[in-house]
Structure formats: structure tokens, C-alpha cells
Design a protein around this ligand. Structure first.
Ligand SMILES: *[C@@H]1O[C@H](CO)[C@@H](O)[C@H](O)[C@H]1NC(C)=O
Ligand SMILES: *[C@@H]1O[C@H](CO)[C@@H](O)[C@H](O)[C@H]1NC(C)=O
Ligand SMILES: *[C@@H]1O[C@H](CO)[C@@H](O)[C@H](O)[C@H]1NC(C)=O
Ligand SMILES: *[C@@H]1O[C@H](CO)[C@@H](O)[C@H](O)[C@H]1NC(C)=O
Ligand SMILES: *[C@@H]1O[C@H](CO)[C@@H](O)[C@H](O)[C@H]1NC(C)=O
Ligand SMILES: *[C@@H]1O[C@H](CO)[C@@H](O)[C@H](O)[C@H]1NC(C)=O
Ligand SMILES: *[C@@H]1O[C@H](CO)[C@@H](O)[C@H](O)[C@H]1NC(C)=O
Length: 917
């Protein structure tokens, strides 16, 4: 009894009014209508025909399949023997086998981290090797892993049967690996690999600590000669195998029985349209299976039973027993609505699972069963390779194009690390302690990634074609005991850090151009001369700098005497044309006189807007270059000297995604900055519809804007030393150029200036920023870092996705931050419901997911969990790749699902349900 659970939705239901139900039915109907017209999308599907030689679209399902060479780098392609071909789908006719490696893997990507998916491998032996080893006398066996987790033993007992194994899990990274391990009972092989994203709301037992292995998925009581149901009847391409038994009578209905997109299991209508009842009007329906027949080690069994009534206005009520215990009592299936009963905790472990559905009291009809799923829950293996080690070895693999099956986690599964790699294992982490890349045709210099293995003891790079010097940093690897660089083409001298290292066995013979340490070599001389050049350059630049400062100083002193007041629009000054021409202006880093600014802006005629620091005017330099002149309020908290230094710094920062500061004016209490003009205005204007243009028309364009802004911020964080923190990242500080390229504005100012006319924060203290964008950690601790910009940037991504302002006025008229708003909505709704309705073109929902995932990580409360801007740039680019692949399909005319989105404030009850429990 204690192991029994019922749907939460069922309990939920009691609290809903009939009005709610009306809306629910309407929704179901809309979905039903929509389904008739459109094939569900195959977006995010990864479908691999292992061993195949061409890409193709499967004739029955219409799903496109790819050859497997982009996903693996090992193995031999084969075909099943001719006698086994006729009954196979195209994918099952070919296979890839792995005769030479112990562990061979596939890397499936792109995959959206933290999303749920279904992964299925199909194995049809078909006597491809002519050995007919797959017979019952000597079954062919090997082990299957996904990521670092043992999945199951593949047990091929029939050469003509296509065995399929499935797992439901949450993606822990941007790719999922599938590995086949040779356990000494025959050569591993695989025929088809299929990856399908599924909505988060489905299969609640699947989470970041637990995954499900599918044992059975049955379409109960199907019409005679039915085949398995899969895509497109099942949008998620689950396989529902036809199942009937002696003593069952099949019944069917023609009415469709569709599920809501918010429900947990969403069985396809066609599966629900057939059912079994006991023959001979018996009042009991019984079936069972043995645990041992599942071939799975785990004991945590989860079962879903699906029901729907086909006969109107009847009473059909029954009790459900498992191994003679009540599992669920007095259940009545709803009429033509899919319903389910599922475990929220595993069943009590048993050798045999015997089920009985018994009619109860007043029932006029016997029990019924439409479909069934059985799973075993397993825990994720927490053991994984230290991220620094894993990143370094993956970089090495890419850099030297290493031709080994180096896919998946380098150290896990523990018995089968990568070829040439050895690891040490502690609780939950593995460290790489040895790398053998001897005779691996490596060329180029010794990568800096080799110094990243903090725990390495043994490094063998002998007999390759490595060139360049031996990096000094290798000597700093404290655990290194053996370093073998024999037989390469290394040059320079041996670093003394290596020569003098204690307990190191270091071989470096067979490098004809390598200078042993101590002697003076050509390389060394070069170093001296380059050092001399650096010293000379330094002296010269210091002298030049001093001269420049003196000149600037005298010019400013001269101008400072002609004090001017704050600009007023009606001051008319004669324009001295020739005066401007007298001194040809350098475009950058220019000091403007106030008079010049009057000329440039035609007496402050056209005001572009009012920024955080004061009004901004449009102007022209004499070469017709357009500029924006920002007049600063005179509330500088800093001395002029510091301000000038700051501005001087800013004029030196140049990046295509930063608005260039061309010059400045400082006369008396006049402060003005002259920027390059950005004709397309601010991102905020575009998102709020103030500025009518195509910039934010499609998701792809919005992503481009996000990438531009991210690159600008990345530059500020990494190219400047110390890092330049913007402190006021917001959509009104992202400007768009004529070609709609995003540029970050106003960087470097927040530190120098009071934010007088900016925040209306109720209890604004010294914290700088704009409501909705401020890093909560910064506002509570006053500690600022680059990660505060990352937080604000996350808010901008959310603005781009949702079209909502950074502070949202919610239904109950309480204002909440956009971050909270998105988190709350995502907890109970489909992601499509938060996407901006103004995105007029279709978009790849996986691309959106990836961006949402990034934005949520950027806005984590703990700054250590936020990514760097560099990482954000990388992920946004991946998101753009997904979108491009999608819109490529779009333009070639592939049909697209129109998702019907209806916003619910609360999760609707998926199904009709009994009121009693
Ligand atoms: C199949 O398509 C994939 C992805 O578009 C490509 O990488 C691969 O080379 C193609 N294979 C063949 C045989 O054309
Ligand atoms: C596997 O090993 C066999 C014999 O050692 C060799 O002939 C064959 O080329 C190898 N195959 C691959 C794919 O490396
Ligand atoms: C494989 O299948 C055979 C025949 O059904 C069975 O005897 C054997 O125990 C199975 N092996 C594994 C590891 O499941
Ligand atoms: C995953 O689900 C299991 C079983 O319902 C539960 O014990 C566990 O706490 C869940 N883990 C997370 C991270 O929610
Ligand atoms: C079932 O009963 C309802 C009212 O209880 C009635 O409106 C409906 O027509 C009945 N359906 C059939 C098929 O008898
Ligand atoms: C080693 O590299 C050099 C230059 O990169 C190249 O000329 C030479 O052919 C390479 N030798 C081998 C054996 O690959
Ligand atoms: C590398 O050097 C070590 C120590 O000198 C030696 O034992 C080992 O055999 C060398 N490896 C190769 C591939 O030559």
C-alpha cells in the first residue's frame, strides 16, 4: 500500500470550478483541431543511421536520418546479411561494429542542457559478420552507457530481431554520449541511435538525480495486425508496441482522445483509441511479468496505466491490485478523455508483478486498460572527471585532431577510461594522472593545455612531430614524475624549471635542434635583443607621452579662461567656418573646445534624448561624420584630474561592439563627451516599439544583437586591466548602428559619476544601477564584480525573449522583476507562453530554450554560479546556430507546427478524474 501513488493532478482537480473545466475543454478542442492540420515538429530530434552511407528521410515516419560519421570516429560499417533485410527499416539494414576498441562512443549534439530527453538505441545483428554468433547457444553481449552512467547489458539472442533500449533523462551538458563497451562476449555494434527532446512537464520521476530505463511501453488491445505506434502519431516518437493476451477482448473507438500539452504522459490518441477488457464478460482482468525478464539490475519500478471510457453514460468502476495489495480503489475511467494512474514512488520490489483489475460493486461493465508503461529508475553516477582536466584534454583532442575514440567523459566509466589516459579516483571526481600520446602524429607546438593537468604524473609525447620551445610551465606541474619528449623537432633551450626539478625522469633525446640547458644559443641571443627593443620602445613612448601631456595641458589652460555657461538652445554663436578648417581634426581622442561643440551641434539644435548623465545632442564633424554629444551634469563626484584620466582611458578602448568615444570637452564646469552617432537608437526603443524597424523582427536578429552586446562586455571585462565593469548594463545602453549591429554605450562612466537623475529605487544607497537590472548580490553587499554586469546582461536576454520590461507589473498589480516573472511562469507553463508575441516569424524553440537557460544562469543569485561573458558569447553563438539551422529549414518550405499557446495562470488539471479516493 505504502508504495502506491496517484496523480497530483487528480488531487488538484477537486479545487477547480466548472468554469475552469469549460476552458480546459476548449483548449483540448483547439489542440485537437490543430493536430489534424499539422505534423508535429521534428525539431531537436537527432536521428542517426549507424553504418549508413547516405542521409535520407525515413519512408514510414518522415523523420530525416543522418549518417553516423559526424558523431563517432571509430568502427567499421556493415550491412545485415541479405536474408535479414526485407523485414527491416532502412536504418536497421546497416550497422557499425567496433572490433578493435574496448570502449567506443557516439557524441550526440546539439543538446540543450537541463532539458529532458528520450534516448533510444536499436541493435539488429542480422548475421552481418557471417559468424551467426547471435544465437541462443552463445548470445552476443556487450555493455551500454550513456554519459558516465551504466545503462544496461545488450543481450542479442535472436539475429533477426531489432532490440531497442530506451532511457529517459535530463541532459547534463551540451552533448550526450553513448558508449558501447566490449566485455569479452562478442563485438559491440549498433544499428540506430535516436534522441528526442521531451517537455519538462513530462515524466516527473525524471530529474537531475534520477533517470528512467524503459522496460515496456504497450498499446493494449490494438486492432488486429497492428504495428508499433511511433512518430508522427506520437509527437515524441516513443514506440508503443502492440500487446494483447489470451483472455483479453479488444475494443476500439473512432473518436479521438487527445492529451493536453501540460499533462505528464501524453499518450497518442491512436493508442488510447483501443483498449482491452476481459473476455466472456469476466469481471477480472489479470496480467503479470517477472522482474528477471526485464534484464535490468535496478529494483525501483515505476508503472503508468492509461484509461479512457468509450461507452457514454455507463458505470464502469474497478479496483486495481498489485501482488494482491490494493494499488488503487474504485476507479472510473473518464469518457473519451485520456487518464492515467502512475507511481510517484516506486512499487515494492518483487520477483513477480501480478496485476488484477476487479470490477467493484455497482459496475455494469468489466474493467478496461488502454495502455501501459513500465520503467526502472536509476540514479545518475555522480563520478565525473575534474572539469579543468576534462576541458584541457578535450582542447588537446581538438587542437591535434587526435584520431582515437576520445568521446564522452575521459575517466568514466572507471574501468574504461580513454585510450592512453589514466586517472585517479576520489569521491565523485576523477583526475587525469597519465597521458600517453607517443607516436600519435602530433604536430605544432606543445599546447598550453598540457600545463593544465594539475594532478598529472606521467606525460609521454615521444615520437611525434612537435616543434617550438618546451614551455617553462611544464616544470611547475608539481606531481609530474615522467616527461618524455624524445623524438620530436623541439627547439630552444630546456627550461631550468625542468632541468632542476626534483624526482623527474625527463627524456628529450632525438630533438636535433634542442639546446641543452646552460650553453648559450641563438635563441637566447634573440631573446636579449628583443628585450632591448622593448626597453627602447618603453622609453620612447614615455617621452612622447610627457610631451603630449604638456601640449594638452597648455591648450586647456588657455581655453579654461574663456568660461562658458551650460548650453542653452537659443544661444547663437557665429560659425567660424575657417577656424574649424584651420586645424584638421584627428578623429579620435580629440579635445574639443566648447565653441567647437557649438559648431558641431549647430548650437545644440537637435536633442537626441536625455541619458543618465544629461542631454545628448546630434552633430556633424567637419568631415560630415555624425556624432552624438553628451553633455554631462556637473555633479561629478570626482576631481577633474581623475575624470580626465578616466576619459583618456576610455578614448583608447576600441571594439566593434562598443560605442567609440571620439573626444571630449572640458572647460570650466562644462563637461561633454563626443561619441560616434548610432542612427538606429537604443535596443529599448526597438523592444518597446518606439523605434519602428526590423531590428527585433525575428529571433535570429535579436540573437545577433545579444551576441554583439555580449562581445562588447566581454571586451570590457577581459581586454582592460583591471577589468572595466560597466555597472549600468541595460537595454537603453545598447545602441544599434545603421547595419543593426549592437554596441554598448556609457561604459566607464558610472564609476566617475553620481547617478543623480536615474534610479527611483525606494531605498537607493550608494548602489549604482537601474531597477530590474541591478545584481541583487551587489545591492545587498555593495561588492561589485564583472558578474554584476553578467546579471544585468541576463535581464537583457530575457527582455529579448519576452519583450517585457525589466520590471513587470503582474496581474495583482505588484511589480516584480522580469527575472522573477520568467522563473515563475516557467515553473508552471510551456516556454512558448513567455515568448514575445511580436516575434512575428517562427523560431527554433530549442534555440530559445538555450537562451533562457543562459539567462537564468546569468541571473543566479550567487555570482559564482554565473557564467563569464566569454562563455555567454559562446552559448549565444550555439543558440544562433540552432536558429539558423531551423530557419534554413523554414525557408526551404518545410511545414512548421503552429504551437497553440493559451496562457493559464495556474496549471490546469489535465484530466477529468474521480472525486473519491
Ligand atoms: C549528412 O548530413 C550531415 C549533416 O548535414 C553531414 O555532416 C554529412 O556529411 C552528411 N552525410 C552524407 C553522406 O552526405
Ligand atoms: C582492426 O584490427 C584489425 C586487425 O588487427 C585490422 O585489420 C583493422 O584494420 C582494424 N580496424 C580498424 C577500424 O582499425
Ligand atoms: C541473455 O539472454 C539469455 C537468453 O534469454 C539469458 O540466458 C541470459 O541470462 C541473458 N544475459 C543477460 C546478461 O541478461
Ligand atoms: C528526483 O526524484 C526522486 C524521486 O522522486 C527524489 O527522491 C529526488 O529528490 C529528486 N531529485 C531532485 C533533484 O529533485
Ligand atoms: C448521456 O447523458 C447526458 C445527460 O446526463 C445526455 O445529455 C446525453 O445525451 C447522454 N448520452 C447518450 C449517448 O445517451
Ligand atoms: C613535421 O612538420 C613539418 C613542418 O610542420 C613538416 O614539414 C614535416 O613533413 C612533418 N613531418 C612528419 C613526419 O609529419
Ligand atoms: C619515455 O621515457 C621513459 C623514461 O626514459 C621510458 O621509460 C619510456 O620507454 C619512454 N617512452 C617511449 C615511448 O619511448
Amino acid at each position: 500500500m505504502h508504495a502506491m501513488g496517484i496523480s497530483n493532478a487528480r488531487i488538484f482537480f477537486l479545487f477547480y470550478s466548472s468554469k475552469m473545466l469549460f476552458w480546459l475543454f476548449l483548449l483540448l478542442e483547439i489542440i485537437a483541431v490543430a493536430k489534424v492540420h499539422s505534423q508535429p515538429s521534428t525539431q531537436g530530434f537527432i536521428s542517426i543511421d549507424c553504418g549508413g552511407s547516405t542521409n535520407y528521410t525515413d519512408a514510414t515516419t518522415g523523420i530525416p536520418y543522418l549518417t553516423d560519421d559526424p558523431f563517432t570516429d571509430d568502427g567499421v560499417n556493415s550491412q545485415v546479411a541479405s536474408g535479414y533485410r526485407s523485414s527491416s527499416s532502412q536504418g536497421e539494414q546497416t550497422l557499425r561494429s567496433f572490433p578493435n576498441a574496448t570502449r567506443s562512443c557516439y557524441a550526440l549534439k546539439p543538446v540543450i542542457k537541463n532539458r529532458k530527453y528520450l534516448l533510444r538505441g536499436t541493435f539488429k545483428y542480422g548475421n552481418y559478420d557471417g559468424q551467426n554468433s547471435a544465437n541462443t547457444v552463445r548470445p552476443l553481449q556487450f555493455d551500454l552507457y550513456f554519459d558516465a552512467n551504466f545503462w544496461r547489458t545488450v543481450n542479442i539472442t535472436d539475429p533477426s530481431y531489432a532490440f531497442w533500449y530506451e532511457v529517459l533523462a535530463v541532459a547534463m551538458a551540451d552533448s550526450v554520449s553513448v558508449c558501447l563497451v566490449n566485455t569479452g562476449s562478442g563485438t559491440p555494434f549498433i544499428s540506430v541511435l535516436e534522441f528526442r527532446p521531451i517537455p519538462d512537464v513530462m515524466y516527473p520521476a525524471v530529474n537531475t538525480t534520477q533517470f528512467l530505463i524503459t522496460n515496456m511501453r504497450c498499446n493494449v488491445g490494438p486492432p488486429l495486425n497492428s504495428v508499433s505506434v511511433r512518430y508522427p502519431q506520437d509527437s515524441y516518437d516513443r514506440l508503443w508496441e502492440a500487446w494483447t493476451a489470451n483472455g483479453f477482448t479488444e475494443i476500439t473507438t473512432d473518436e479521438s482522445i487527445d492529451s493536453s500539452t501540460n499533462s505528464h504522459f501524453q499518450p497518442p490518441s491512436i493508442v488510447m483509441q483501443s483498449a482491452a477488457t476481459p473476455s466472456d464478460n469476466s469481471s477480472v482482468m489479470e496480467f503479470w511479468w517477472y522482474h528477471s525478464s526485464l534484464g535490468i539490475s535496478g529494483n525501483d519500478e515505476y508503472v503508468n496505466l492509461f484509461f479512457s471510457e468509450f461507452t457514454p453514460n455507463t458505470t464502469r468502476t474497478f479496483n486495481i491490485y498489485l501482488n494482491d495489495y490494493f494499488w488503487y480503489s474504485n476507479y472510473t475511467p473518464p469518457y473519451l478523455i485520456p487518464d492515467y494512474i502512475y507511481n510517484d514512488r516506486p512499487n515494492t520490489p518483487s520477483q513477480q508483478y501480478r496485476w488484477a483489475l476487479n470490477s467493484s460493486g455497482l459496475s455494469s461493465l468489466p474493467p478496461i486498460l488502454n495502455a501501459m508503461e513500465v520503467f526502472t529508475a536509476m540514479q545518475f553516477d555522480p563520478l565525473e572527471t575534474n572539469t579543468n582536466d576534462a576541458d584541457a584534454i578535450n582542447d588537446i583532442k581538438e587542437l591535434y585532431r587526435i584520431k582515437r575514440s576520445w568521446i564522452g567523459d575521459p575517466c568514466v566509466p572507471q574501468q574504461y577510461p580513454w585510450d592512453g589516459v589514466n586517472c585517479s579516483y576520489e569521491t565523485n571526481t576523477a583526475r587525469i594522472i597519465s597521458i600517453n600520446l607517443s607516436s600519435s602524429a602530433l604536430s605544432g607546438s606543445i599546447s598550453s593545455s598540457f600545463h593544465m593537468f594539475a594532478a598529472i604524473k606521467y606525460l609521454d609525447l615521444s615520437y611525434n612531430n612537435l616543434t617550438g620551445p618546451i614551455p617553462d610551465a611544464l616544470g611547475a606541474l608539481s606531481s609530474l614524475q615522467i616527461l618524455n619528449l624524445t623524438g620530436n623537432n623541439l627547439t630552444g633551450t630546456i627550461p631550468s624549471s625542468l632541468l632542476h626539478k626534483q624526482n623527474l625522469v625527463f627524456s628529450h633525446g632525438g630533438n636535433p635542434n634542442l639546446c641543452p640547458g646552460g650553453t648559450s644559443c641563438g635563441e637566447e641571443k634573440k631573446k636579449h635583443s628583443s628585450a632591448a627593443i622593448i626597453v627602447i620602445i618603453c622609453i620612447v613612448s614615455v617621452v612622447l607621452l610627457i610631451v603630449a601631456i604638456i601640449i594638452v595641458w597648455t591648450v586647456i589652460k588657455k581655453r579654461g579662461s574663456s568660461r562658458t555657461t551650460y548650453p542653452e538652445q537659443n544661444i547663437v554663436q557665429p560659425i567660424k567656418e575657417n577656424n574649424a578648417q584651420e586645424s584638421p581634426l584627428p578623429i579620435e581622442n580629440r579635445v574639443f573646445a566648447y565653441k567647437e561643440l557649438e559648431i558641431v551641434t549647430n548650437n545644440f539644435k537637435k536633442q537626441l534624448g536625455k541619458g543618465g548623465f544629461g542631454p545628448v545632442f546630434h552633430g556633424y564633424l567637419q568631415n560630415n561624420v555624425q556624432v552624438a554629444v553628451k553633455m554631462l551634469s556637473q555633479s561629478s563626484s570626482q576631481g577633474m584630474k581623475e575624470f580626465r584620466a578616466e576619459i583618456q582611458n576610455l578614448t583608447r578602448i576600441h571594439h566593434k561592439n562598443l560605442v567609440s568615444l571620439l573626444g571630449y570637452c572640458m572647460e570650466g564646469d562644462i563637461l561633454a563627451l563626443v561619441y560616434e552617432y548610432m542612427p538606429q537608437g537604443t535596443l529599448q526603443d526597438h523592444l518597446t516599439g518606439k523605434f519602428h524597424s526590423e531590428a527585433t523582427y525575428s529571433w535570429g536578429r535579436r540573437l545577433n544583437i545579444a551576441i554583439g552586446a555580449a562581445q562588447g562586455l566581454e571586451y570590457l571585462h577581459t581586454a582592460c586591466n583591471p577589468p572595466l565593469i560597466h555597472r549600468d548594463v541595460k537595454s537603453s545602453n545598447i545602441l544599434l548602428s545603421e547595419s543593426l549591429e549592437a554596441k554598448v554605450a556609457d561604459f566607464g562612466l558610472s564609476k566617475s559619476f553620481n547617478m543623480d537623475n536615474r534610479t527611483q529605487m525606494p531605498n537607493a544607497s550608494a548602489v549604482v544601477g537601474t531597477p530590474g537590472y541591478i545584481d541583487p548580490e551587489y545591492s545587498s553587499s555593495n561588492q561589485i564584480s564583472e558578474k554584476s554586469d553578467v546579471y544585468s546582461f541576463g535581464v537583457i536576454i530575457l527582455e529579448l525573449i519576452t519583450g517585457q520590461p525589466p520590471v513587470v507589473r503582474a496581474m495583482n498589480s505588484n511589480a516584480i522583476s522580469l527575472v522573477q516573472w520568467v522563473r515563475q511562469r516557467l515553473a508552471k507553463e510551456d516556454i512558448e507562453n513567455i515568448v514575445d508575441r511580436n516575434l512575428r516569424m517562427g523560431h527554433d524553440i530549442n534555440s530559445i530554450w538555450k537562451a533562457v537557460d543562459l539567462a537564468l544562469r546569468c541571473t543566479e543569485l550567487d555570482h559564482r554560479q554565473r557564467p563569464t561573458m566569454a562563455h555567454a558569447v559562446k552559448e549565444l553563438n550555439e543558440s544562433l546556430e540552432l536558429e539558423c539551422a531551423y530557419s534554413g529549414d523554414f525557408s526551404t518550405g518545410r511545414s512548421q507546427t503552429n504551437t497553440i499557446s493559451v496562457a493559464f495562470e495556474v496549471e490546469p488539471p489535465p484530466f477529468f478524474a474521480p472525486g473519491a479516493r
